[in-house]
Ligand binder design. Sequence first.
Ligand SMILES: [Zn+2]
Ligand SMILES: [Zn+2]
Length: 149
Amino acid sequence: MIGIPTGTDVELDLRLEAVMEGVLVSGTVRGRAIGECVRCLGEAVEEVDLHLTELYVYPERAKAAADDGDEDEDVRELEGDLIDLEPALRDAVVPALPFQPLCQPDCPGLCSECGARLADDPDHSHEILDPRWSALSGLAGVQDEREES
Ligand SMILES: [Zn+2]
Ligand SMILES: [Zn+2]
């Protein structure tokens, strides 16, 4: 429904700290997630700005912990001298994104008659546009029936 598109810049302001077990990564992640408005299918843009703290352990530490039966499923390992940030970023960003993204907080959605985006056209109306409806509007009974269905 919503996510940070591939190739988009994500601003990272991270601090790497050597600790006993490995490397502690902490800092802020900023980016822009793009999704689809659940009401009008328009573009929903969500600014992402969150704090990240992740411990990357040395592989031998992780292995030792596993041998002790002390395995933590969520443990992230250093890959040699490298840190693979992507899974950690994904795990941090995804829960921070709205479950039902909206293009604007009070998105009026789509016109039930023609599917037009009401946000683009707040005064949208069909009574005047369609001569058949204006002819019918004189017949109160028919008009009421139509509105109920
Ligand atoms: Zn919308
Ligand atoms: Zn319409």
